[in-house]
Design a protein around this ligand. Sequence first.
Ligand SMILES: *[C@@H]1O[C@H](CO)[C@@H](O)[C@H](O)[C@H]1NC(C)=O
Ligand SMILES: *[C@@H]1O[C@H](CO)[C@@H](O)[C@H](O)[C@H]1NC(C)=O
Ligand SMILES: *[C@@H]1O[C@H](CO)[C@@H](O)[C@H](O)[C@H]1NC(C)=O
Ligand SMILES: *[C@@H]1O[C@H](CO)[C@@H](O)[C@H](O)[C@H]1NC(C)=O
Length: 451
Amino acid sequence: MLRLSFFFGLICLVKTDTDETCPSFTKLSFHSAVVGTGLNVKLMLYTRKNLTCAQVINSTSFGNLNVTKKTTFIVHGFRPTGSPPVWMEDLVQSLLSVEDMNVIVVDWNRGATTVIYNHASSKTRKVAEVLKKFIDQVLIEGASLDNIYMIGVSLGAHISGFVGKMYNGQLGRITGLDPAGPLFNGRPPEDRLDPGDAQFVDVIHSDIDALGYKEPLGNIDFYPNGGLDQPGCPKTILGGLQYFKCDHQRSVYLYLSSLRENCAITAYPCDSYRDYRNGKCVNCGMPQKESCPLLGYYADNWKEYLKQKEPPMTKAFFDTAEEKPFCIYHYFVDIITWNKNIRRGSITIRLTDRAGNTTESKINHEPATFQKYHQVSLLARFNQDLDKVAAISLVFSTGSTIGPKYKLRILRMKLRSLAHPERPQLCRYDLVLMENTETVFQPILCPKLQM
Ligand SMILES: *[C@@H]1O[C@H](CO)[C@@H](O)[C@H](O)[C@H]1NC(C)=O
Ligand SMILES: *[C@@H]1O[C@H](CO)[C@@H](O)[C@H](O)[C@H]1NC(C)=O
Ligand SMILES: *[C@@H]1O[C@H](CO)[C@@H](O)[C@H](O)[C@H]1NC(C)=O
Ligand SMILES: *[C@@H]1O[C@H](CO)[C@@H](O)[C@H](O)[C@H]1NC(C)=O
């Protein structure tokens, strides 16, 4: 008898265990994408109470949702193949690792999955209405609009904007990750994400020439690598599916990087990418702030400053590395020359530290103009931040391989870190660079007074 009940208990235990499988994001096949899917919005809640197992919630059943905490919605975009977004789990886990909050994955895969983009796009307003109904209930339960944050990817960015409009911009924050461009480019503010849709709107544009939206849409708009082609992404169709989505998806990976990597991505407010590259936008124009805005989760630290501007919109530029953690390190290379005639060309600089690590920057986006006794300040971008530089190598090139070889006569070159202005500046005096020939030297500390 005793043994029997033990047996039953065991069976029950096993049974309940298998019944409680964790709900997962809707997986559809390519077949669904071809025949199309009707809209169905599923809300999946993740909290620190159970990091790996979601609860499906709705406007009558809130699961572990704690209304006194921040609630972050993640809204995906168009799904041309029906598969779940590959970055979703990382994003959920990373958000929960930095803050104790409610994370709600808005799974509208039934709706987003279709090979016809227009069909997915036409459902964005309906998704927004479903979210509005849900948020209304959460507010009744005691949540505050200030504490509501929406992260929208591609079409999801516009969905977030539509939700924000229904609350007259009182939502706490919206982050748009490469908001969708096709069918939205050129539309008036009511038909797309707009800076008025939340108390703070930040946007990353990573594919403005294809799937993304070109013009600014937020209080701050980040344009990595100018917003066009992202380094490390395939440049031709031979790259397969990655060719189509790599640039677009990069916005998500950059955002993710802000949540878990120890190198912060600094962005430089600037009118154009060209001006940024030419080193014209390095002081941030933010007198009361010590540093330039950071991309990603912590961008709202600059909210008050950015919203004071008229209109309250700022474009910010920066370059990235090809892969995680993406951040690069900015330095100025100040060069004074004494050639009699003006010289135009590009400089490649390579740094080597005491441990033998090297990092290189080609400053060749446009030729620099070297004029006798004038200082030229070139913005160099390195993948590694080498603190103890033991050797510097310089190559000067005019871009032509035929004809006479030119010399660049350098009176003084100086290397200074933008991120660490307190670091000693490195100098070298009296140097002649022969065109296309590498010159390696040991730098010395610049005299203190010479700023
Ligand atoms: C999370 O939920 C799953 C399924 O209900 C359960 O098996 C697991 O033990 C839970 N984890 C924690 C930390 O509560
Ligand atoms: C909400 O979720 C609960 C629990 O899963 C379920 O019983 C209920 O039918 C759902 N309500 C609606 C309106 O879908
Ligand atoms: C909800 O969050 C608040 C603030 O973080 C906390 O004090 C409270 O205990 C939480 N409630 C539950 C039921 O966990
Ligand atoms: C430099 O090289 C050493 C040894 O190879 C390595 O451990 C270290 O991480 C490198 N430093 C940087 C800044 O890359």
